[in-house]
Ligand binder design. Sequence first.
Ligand SMILES: [Zn+2]
Length: 631
Amino acid sequence: MSDENLIKAGLEIHRQLNTEHKLFCSCPTLLSEESPDVKFLRRLRPTQSELGQVDQAALFEFHRGKAIMYEADTKTTCLVEMDEEPPGKLNDEAVEVCLTASLLVNAKPVDEVHVMRKIVIDGSNTTGFQRTSVVALNGVINVNGKTIPIDQISLEEDAARKTSQTRDIAGYRIDRLGIPLIEVTTAPVLHSPAEVEEVALAIGNTLRATRKVKRGLGSVRQDLNISIPNGALVEIKGVQELDLISKAVQLEADRQVALLQVKEELSKRGLKQENIQNDHVDVTDIFQNTKAKILKEAITKKGVVLGTKLPQFRGLLGKELGIRGLRFGTELAARAVFSAGVGGIFHSDELPAYGIVAEEIVRVQQRLQTKDNDAFVIVADDHSRATDALNAVTERAIEALSGVPEETRNAMPDGSSRFTRPRPGAARMYPETDVASTPITQQWIAKLKSNLPETQEELIKRLSDQYSLNQKLAKQVADSDYLILFEQICTKAKNIQTSFIATMLTETCKSLEREGIPVHAIDDMKLKTIFTLVEDGMIAKEAMPDLLKWQSKNLSSEPRDGIQALGIKMLSDSDLEIIIDQHIEKNRKLIEAKGPAAFASLMGSIMSEVRGSANPRSVSEKLKNKLAKKP
Ligand SMILES: [Zn+2]
């Protein structure tokens, strides 16, 4: 986009709370690593009264008719999550974290917290709804001199986590169900990708200041809503990493610009909605002897190949939408997959390919009576699925005439997004009668107000003073999910410098994550143990990144096993002396010629042998002593 001020974006940040127990029961707020000991299959059937309030998007998912296989184990799940028992009282500790966060952004707490039911019928909640409650309204957060309105702060229950998906059954693990989530919503007043990211960081810092939020991937989900002039409001769900936010905003703006270009081109070509006929033509016979694997398979299973013409779309289906790999044809395919459950579609702009050859293409074109500027789409499946798929393709093609459709999309790891479903209407909520409301008394607020956590500026200053960190490191720690852990490790450490601990937990962990190493998955206990190993001289500081790498791939093993596996045990003093003596012996001539100046060269060769298994300082001391003694 040339003028990024044209972007209008808002943020919705969800973060898991690290409370003692879940929102409505006494189960721990932990994800299970055990194998499930409870399994049950359900088919969600909302009652008619509920369906009366269900919007188009929800119905859409319901009609896909999928069954849900829930898995649980009794350590992290009870009858509440299984919807066999009514929910208990709303967790006061979770309410208190939300109130503290609210006070930090000057939001006004409600008088009473009322739990509401929000219908969710994708299976991620065993009840068919998610419990949510507004805790405070109308706050502000100051970011780079600009005041950003915080519309709302809510407390919600996290949903079950999806673990599998086949054509007919979705699998969910319900350990995550009921973990408290704080939700912070900004007004849609953000105007540049960088600004959205800065505001997300500021909100993240505010939440961390409560010291009661979980860390690590999966503990934060950032949803964006983005529109550009003449575009449409699009929700991007589940951006997990902060540094992907600005890219996600930019790519969505670019996608909307590209879709407006498609619209303009179609209008130039004179395409009108009535020109797009939803005629499906059976072209199965053309592919009787095809080399195209997917078509062949479908035909073998007594399926059909159906085709439809998209007039004037030639060249546009292959048009890239702001990022490599995302094309207009991808959007058509996503709709077909969503609505019909087909594996995908083939469109003429990408053919010949996938084993479909020129001769077959010409025959399809003849059969569909395409003209120069026309495109076509074919799909192979059973007759009913193929029909649904082409209906969805046609519907999406018609929407191209108006530019950008409103929709919900899923964030991808590269910052782009993929269609997930049409945008739901306003939240469908009704009161949760099983849970009593929680009054927010003046005394409660007064108590929290007198005990507010330090601000980000105060925190950076304290870290810098207390742990002798420079400004940059102090800010990095303050911005990091490892803040609490950092302070805990520093309190115990005597032999390792606080700046080393800070660098490891911020820069090193970040760069390892960037290499795709999931350091975040290592739990606090094991991270502490790894620092203790350095503290006790069991491993060298330099060996720590390797041990972190190993640990993140061997989550259930102990760090000590890693020392063994990697062979990074520190050399004993006597072993180190032997190695140094060997190097001196080998370089006797050099030492005689150069005298003390030989130190640097010897130090280099010794370190290249013992790096990671000896402390450079003690190598240097020992070497100096020995050189001083030699004639
Ligand atoms: Zn429970």
